[in-house]
Design a protein around this ligand. Structure first.
Ligand code: SAH
Length: 501
């Protein structure tokens, strides 16, 4: 018998998952997640995943609640560890408790992991304390889904209007007019402050404030849409004193991340940290060499080299993972000094408990060659490289008298097409930036752009390049560049976007 974990995924910021929730995802064989959950959370797991939605749409298949319950039961009976991942907290206005009851009835072991609910997420990320001591001594979570004009409504607006604290309405956006009028009619002052928070805790969070009197009109004018939360009470007035999230340097910017899909996590998380929404647009893919025979032959005589040079994280992983898989370990590198093109590459060496002996102060092939040259004469140098790249390093090192062996430890290939939902966003003009982090990525972008996407470049969407070499490659294929990093890393790319805002 397996087990089911009902896990709260929080309101959207991928950092707002509990450690226990992350641990459950790591152990899961199957993850069923609902439409409110940020798919970034899935990177904690290795399971088969499936998205469930309440409505038919582009994001997943609509699955009726009974079918979800049945699938949870069947998977657990088949011995699987299942995570049912839900937005916010599973027991607050989700149907988590019904799912738990169905599991209990079927005799399936289960646990429930709480999550940060939308109300606290939205409040904190807009700078509102729902229980500010000067303004509220209580807080109520209310469903706004019910129609207050219906006689059989379960909500007692008379009580709500006289509640001594903050009112938070979930699912209330489309009934905002009715909710406000009902509260006013029941005696709540029409000048009571109200805040509507759309996509709370996410880079595209939007906040509209007003009073019970005018909030419905203001929210409609602003074009807010679900998921949105309505906060009613005097605590809304102190929001400006404690706002922080919306002041992040790239808040609200949508940024295309062009790194290979399985290596985009760091850049994507950094984007979130700066307040931006990452959109995955992988332009190249990384693959192992077609066969390993050339690499294996070199692995058996690594002790012959004076220097081993790495110009990418993939180069480090390609060589060292193969060394491990073929039965060796890092002791084979004991004779060699290690050179890296930059700190990101050196950081991957550190994952293998290896320290780089040389990292140039500028992260480009020319600088690496210049730094290596004084050590190169008569030395045997191994370059763990990609299937394609620039010739600066070999030319310079050979000229400096090194005996250089170039070993392809991974392939760097163009993808043949961009993922459709992301390309749609680009074509609709929703991207503010695309970061280009290598010449091959720049060339790949130029080749993969549809005419609708190309029309957005320079109009709505700007391009930022990681280094002058990448800028040159981009310009040579007709792309216009709006910003260039001074530090040649993804962090540097984001800094360039900030500077160019
Ligand atoms: N279990 C969830 C709530 C599910 S009901 C929780 O604890 O948060 C769905 C409603 O939650 C939405 O209609 C909306 O009112 C609110 N909601 C969920 N995520 C939200 C978000 N990121 N921003 C604003 N409201 C959100």
């Amino acid at each position: 018998m397996g087990k089911v974990y009902l896990v709260g995924g929080g309101p959207g910021d991928p950092g707002l998952l509990t450690l226990k929730g992350a641990e459950c995802l790591r152990r899961a064989d199957l993850i069923l997640y609902d439409g409110l959950v940020n798919p970034m959370l899935l990177r904690h797991g290795h399971a088969a995943v499936e998205r469930t939605c309440r409505a038919e749409g582009p994001l997943g298949r609509h699955i009726p609640q009974e079918e979800i319950n049945r699938r949870l039961v069947e998977a657990a009976q088949a011995g699987k560890t299942v995570v049912r991942l839900k937005g916010g907290d599973p027991f607050i206005f989700g149907r988590g408790s019904e799912e738990a009851a169905a599991l209990a009835a079927a005799g399936i072991p289960f646990e429930v992991v709480p999550g940060i609910t939308a109300a606290t997420g939205a409040a904190v990320y807009t700078g509102i304390s729902l229980t500010h001591r000067d303004h509220a001594s209580a807080v109520a979570f209310i469903t706004g889904h019910e129609d207050p004009n219906k006689p059989e409504t379960a909500l007692d607006y008379n009580s709500l209007a006289h509640f001594p604290g903050t009112l938070v309405f979930y699912m209330g956006l489309h009934r905002l007019e009715a909710i406000s009028s009902a509260l006013i009619a029941a005696g709540k002052p029409s000048h009571t402050p109200v805040c509507v928070v759309c996509r709370a805790t996410q880079p595209l969070q939007r906040t509209v404030t007003g009073t019970l009197d005018d909030i419905a009109k203001l929210a409609a004018n602003a074009g807010l849409h679900p998921p949105s939360l309505v906060i009613v009470g005097d605590c809304v007035t102190v929001r400006e004193q404690a706002r922080w999230f919306e002041d992040r340097p790239l808040f609200g910017q949508v940024i295309g991340i062009t790194r290979p899909e399985d290596q985009a996590d760091d850049a994507a998380l950094k984007a979130y940290e700066l307040g931006a929404l990452p959109v995955m647009l992988p332009m190249i893919e990384i693959a192992p060499p077609d066969n390993w025979s050339a690499v294996d032959a070199v692995l058996s005589r690594l002790n012959e080299f004076d220097w081993i040079v790495f110009t990418s994280a993939n180069g480090v992983r390609g060589l060292l993972n193969r060394l491990w898989q073929s039965g060796g370990d890092v002791r084979s590198l004991a004779n060699a000094k290690l050179a890296c093109i930059g700190p990101a590459t050196a950081a991957v060496l550190e994952e293998f408990s290896l320290r780089a002996d040389l990292v140039p102060s500028e992260y480009r092939a020319e600088a690496l060659a210049a730094a290596l040259k004084p050590h190169a004469s008569g030395k045997r140098v191994l370059w763990a490289r990609a299937s394609r790249g620039r010739d600066v390093l070999p030319t310079e090192l050979i000229a400096a008298g090194a005996s250089l062996e170039q070993l392809v430890v991974y392939q760097n290939r163009d993808v043949t097409e961009l993922p459709r939902p992301e390309l749609d966003r680009l074509e609709r003009g929703e991207l503010d930036w695309i970061g280009l982090s290598s010449p091959s990525i720049a060339r790949s972008l130029a080749r993969l752009l549809t005419s609708a996407a190309r029309a957005q470049l320079g109009v709505r969407t700007k391009l930022a390049c990681i280094s002058p070499v990448t800028t040159e490659a981009a310009q040579s294929v007709g792309l216009t560049i709006a910003a260039e990093a001074t530090e040649y890393t993804w962090d540097g790319l984001f800094q360039a976007m900030i500077a160019a805002r």
